[in-house]
Design a protein around this ligand. Sequence first.
Ligand SMILES: [Zn+2]
Length: 340
Amino acid sequence: MNLHKLILTENACYKAGKTIVPKGIMVHSTGANNPNLCRYVGPDDGLLGVNKYNNHWNRDRPDGKKVCVHAFIGKLADGSIATYQTLPWNHRGWHCGRTAGHDRYVAFEICEDDLADAEYFNAIYNEAIDLCVYLCRMFNLDPAKDGVLICHCEGYKRGIASNHGDVMNWFPKHGKSMDTFRADVKAALDAENAPAAGGGGGTVPEPKPVARMAVGSKVTLKSSAGVYTNGVSIPASVKDKTYTIQQVKEDRVLLKEIVSWVYVKDLEATSFVPTNRGDSRPAAIKVGSKVKIVGNTYTNGVKVPGSVKAGTYTVQQLKADWALLKEIYSWVELKDLKAI
Ligand SMILES: [Zn+2]
């Protein structure tokens, strides 16, 4: 996700200053042919571009209406796709014309184009998945649960939103729907949670992490971690810090600096001890890196087709020493990737 922040502080909704505890996410699309973020988000921060009509939503009542959402997805001035956070995530938005919707849902707008461009659609669809995964993690939401992840028109059918057709005026033109969207968000979340869930859920099983957590590797203790392996709660002061692995067993490791055993599922690898597999380990690969596949197989042993090798991919997630490639949703060992 290419996330930026420009809070619409001049908007009356922001000034109203009310907060909510989000119980779900409502997806909107703008209903106007203008994919440029600068139509809605401003003033120009050097990336958005200038809105020469000065009619963005950082004003009291945009287009005379009491409207505001938590984020927009669309194009930057250079044509690349970005997400702009425009309200604090727990702010009470004005996006669906009904109190019941405003009280429960964090909401974002996807900037529509002429609805015919498949490349733009795929880009915003994937960006929206990333944003929903991010929000589901933030507010502990299950996108597969009834009524949690809905679009505006589904909100209307539930009696908690005004009568608009978004996003089902658009998604089906590209073979997608809110059902595929919910499933894709769920799969992406499951892929991230795979070690905790024993490798299940995602469409691409994640390689087993334990063998990759080598002694000497650096790991970060996730903020979501609950307890040490002895059942004692992990204090917040210990989380989000980086430690060195001193010993490895089954599903747990001993962290040197705090002399504590922690479950592997609660750790994120940050740097790796070189293995004896040659000098091809590309240390420069990070989340967001552009890479090519130079190896012959995926981590599951399946051969990488020549057509896939010709492509360029974005690293979406990193585990001990393999990476998930966003565009093909496949895990590949780092030694089999080349940063470009
Ligand atoms: Zn809407």
